[in-house]
Design a protein. Sequence first.
Length: 250
Amino acid sequence: MRNIAPMLFGSLPKATKALIYICAGVFVLELFLKNYLVYYFGLIPLRVIDSFWIWQTVTYLFLHGGFWHFFFNILMLWIFGRIIESALGTREFLFYFFVCGIGAGIISIVFSFGSPRPIIGASGAIYGLMVAFAILYPKQIVYLYFVLPIKAWQMVAILVVMELAMSFSTTNSNIANVAHLGGMFIGYLYFKLGRKNFQFNLSHFSLFNKDDKVDDSAEIDRILDKISKKGLESLSAKEKEILDKFSGHS
């Protein structure tokens, strides 16, 4: 963990910083136009299904239900976004963030099919970032609720149990919990089943440069496996150079 970006805002990687700026800007707009923004840009399952407002599966990520909802999401994005962006590179980080966020939204629609109740917040994507952190740095000590020191994989396991318990509770709305679990599930699938395929397919989009490919795919597979088992800090200088070239990290 010695190679991650520092906590200072000015030193945050560019995509993490941009996401924070966007969320903050939208939060200010919500102070004046909240009902309008939530109706047209929050995730309303009924509107997505009946009216095909598919943009809501993206835009809902940048809306929040109040100051504390906004504050804690931004805090988690600040903490985990800088680490994951430093590990994956800017382009893959953004791809992963939106894959988790959109995936969480789609899963929420499935479990609240036809509901007129809006879903807002970046929590699904941020829970996906926590899963990425636990996979890349499973033994890293974190402080659950800033108090209890536990390993990263234990943090995610506890969060899964808590979200499952709350999703079945009759005293709480389960929509947000389904979004959280959805983001975590998509993040897990991305790393454990589909990451190499996702990375390969990025080269087919103009946003991602084709010259970022590395011919020796077996070497890339070996490096990714090493990160998964031992963390980013275990890589040699040559391995980091290959990984940077492959991910487009700058």
